[in-house]
Design a binder for this molecule. Structure first.
Ligand code: THU
Length: 134
């Protein structure tokens, strides 16, 4: 699938840009929006460790800065043999801009390793609708 290939390539390219001198664990994330645009981000660590940011947060910030606010699909690319699924905080960040069935593709350098829906990774989630209910 051409679109997924482009998303995979964007995640791989931005992963190399990661600033991860402390964990030495580089992550790249690439978001496709319904309009077909791609936004990517990498993790940016800090000497004050908790201040570091995840790749997904960077990709979301780039998307919002460009005036878009819907995630059609996302690829997250980490290092090592394990599945680098988005951390808990990033699942919630993705939730803000995605739908339950939005695909989250977890990749390694060789390709997509496993695909999930947002609802699989963050079931019974809290989101904007909860606040609209009041
Ligand atoms: N990291 C991400 O960028 N995204 C994730 O979903 C998992 C973890 C980063 C944060 C930190 O810079 C490094 O990976 C090690 O935890």
């Amino acid at each position: 699938m051409a679109k997924l290939d482009a998303l995979f390539s964007a995640a791989k390219a931005i992963q190399e840009k990661a600033y991860a001198p402390y964990s030495r664990f580089k992550v790249g994330a690439a978001i496709a929006t319904p309009s077909g645009q791609i936004f990517s981000g990498c993790n940016v660590e800090n000497a004050a460790y908790p201040v570091g940011t995840c790749a997904e947060a960077g990709a979301i910030a780039a998307m919002v800065a460009a005036g878009e606010n819907r995630i059609a699909a996302i690829v997250v690319m980490g290092e090592g043999e394990h599945l680098v699924t988005p951390c808990g905080g990033c699942r919630q960040r993705i939730r803000e801009f995605a739908q339950p069935q939005t695909p989250i593709h977890v990749a390694g350098p060789e390709g997509i390793r496993k695909s999930f829906t947002l609802d699989e990774l963050l079931p019974f989630s809290f989101g904007p609708d909860n606040l609209a209910d009041r």
